[in-house]
Design a protein around this ligand. Structure first.
Ligand SMILES: Cc1cc2nc3c(=O)[nH]c(=O)nc-3n(C[C@H](O)[C@H](O)[C@H](O)COP(=O)(O)OP(=O)(O)OC[C@H]3O[C@@H](n4cnc5c(N)ncnc54)[C@H](O)[C@@H]3O)c2cc1C
Length: 392
């Protein structure tokens, strides 16, 4: 197996980016996130600062106004955001959702949208795939797009469409050929770039979902929404492939957030275990307290290697599916185990909001479910890597 050079993750250039991200995050301390969490409010100031700092446009090529950096740089940015105690979920999709447009859009579509996305004037951070009845079985989605003259008419419903209220554009997956009329089961779905600013309130309804974390996620209802045919990305009927090939980048970037979280929890646990004195000695002197933290550190370092390995493969244009999936699984488990230890290490104080742990604990749990749940990663590895029979 060819091993990408993961030392780039700690190169001088990337170290400078990390430092700049940490400086930005220092302006958004725990109190800022706590207040937002309590009010279930969007971190508009943080997102603005990330936009102005140029951190959300790193993956947009320079000819469209971005900084044209690679996924390794994007991974480092999100890792530092989370290691600083902040949360990138409010804006991380602005980094990578444009990948579908970049890879499958026409030159005219790219010219029309990418410069605005790069500057932050246009927000493309809504991604409508999941539906209430289909769940992970994407081929069973029911939202339809029917051609009518120069438009498509969209009807149906999405669920868990995050950031839809804070986005101008949405990447939408809809069925253009009925499931029983396609030659190949993976065909018949198409991708659209929906300009939500142009939609009437009757045609596009966005309903926030209250959740255990402050995530700005929603249900979206389409009723005869007209989308110009020129907003279809790529060929009609080939949409599933376009969506799938953007998912490796997404998984690697979410894994980056998880290793950032793991580092944050481990630092927090270590500091507390050193300082907290019970029975006249620091609690961290007890192996029962040390060992879980040490184990978390081992898991974190292993996951971190996998995340940068996956990013290196992606940047080299090599198939990255295996490591993108495995890195996401390993990182989401490392962060969750570190979160659990951190809560336990803090005893009762772990439950007090001012320590930040309970908020991060809730937030990091998401990543074993979204954007893909652990079982589905395991079935990917079983079927595609280990060549076991397909289970569903
Ligand atoms: C906060 C949040 C934000 C999200 N943001 C977005 C977004 O922006 N855009 C978007 O499109 N989606 C989004 N999602 C949806 C997310 O991707 C899905 O929740 C996730 O993929 C799991 O799908 P599901 O909830 O439908 O679970 P289901 O498919 O109903 O599965 C339920 C459980 O059964 C397991 N399971 C199902 N089938 C199998 C099988 N064959 N073998 C073994 N186990 C199986 C799953 O692993 C899971 O644990 C978000 C979800 C959340 C919670």
């Amino acid at each position: 197996m060819h091993l990408p050079d993961i030392s780039k993750a700690d190169s001088d250039d990337i170290a400078a980016i990390r430092e700049a991200v940490r400086a930005l995050c220092a302006r958004f301390p725990g109190e800022y996130w706590r207040d937002l969490d309590r009010d279930k409010a969007y971190p508009a100031d943080f997102v603005q600062a990330m936009t102005e700092g140029g951190f959300l446009s790193v993956l947009v090529p320079t000819e469209y106004g971005g900084s044209g950096l690679d996924l390794t740089a994007a991974v480092a940015i999100l890792e530092e955001v989370h290691a600083s105690g902040c949360n990138g979920a409010a804006c991380h999709a602005q980094m990578y959702t444009m990948g579908t447009l970049l890879r499958h859009g026409t030159e005219a579509q790219k010219q029309a949208y990418l410069p605005g996305i790069a500057s932050g004037d246009l927000r493309l951070q809504a991604f409508g795939v999941t539906e209430p009845t289909a769940g992970t079985d994407t081929l069973s989605i029911r939202t339809t797009a029917v051609r009518d003259g120069d438009d498509y008419v969209i009807n149906g419903q999405k669920v868990w469409t995050s950031r839809a209220e804070y986005s101008d554009l949405m990447i939408l997956l809809a069925r253009t050929t009925p499931k029983d009329k396609v030659e190949k089961r993976t065909e018949g779905l198409s991708v659209f770039l929906v300009d939500m600013r142009e939609a009437s309130k009757e045609a596009l309804k966005i309903q926030p979902i209250e959740t255990m974390i402050n995530h700005a996620t929603t249900e979206v209802f389409f009723e005869n929404l007209r989308v110009p045919a020129e907003n279809r990305l790529g060929e009609e009927g080939k949409g599933l492939r376009y969506i799938l090939d953007g998912m490796n980048a997404e998984r690697i970037l979410i894994a980056a957030e998880c290793i950032g979280d793991a580092r944050w929890f481990i630092d927090k646990s270590t500091n507390y275990a050193r300082d907290r004195v019970v029975f006249n000695r620091p609690i961290g002197q007890n192996q029962g307290v040390q060992f879980p933290i040490a184990r978390n550190y081992v898991e974190y370092q292993a996951a971190r290697l996998m995340v940068y390995h996956a990013a290196g493969q992606f940047d080299a244009g090599e198939p990255a599916g295996e490591f993108a999936n495995m890195a996401k699984l390993a990182a989401s488990e490392a962060s969750w185990h570190a979160a659990d230890t951190c809560l336990q290490t803090h005893g009762g104080f772990g439950f007090a909001s001012e320590y930040e742990i309970e908020r991060k604990f809730r937030e990091t749990r998401l990543y074993q479910v979204a954007p893909i749940s652990t079982n589905l990663i395991l079935s990917y590895v079983a079927e595609h890597v280990l060549k076991l029979p397909r289970s569903y």
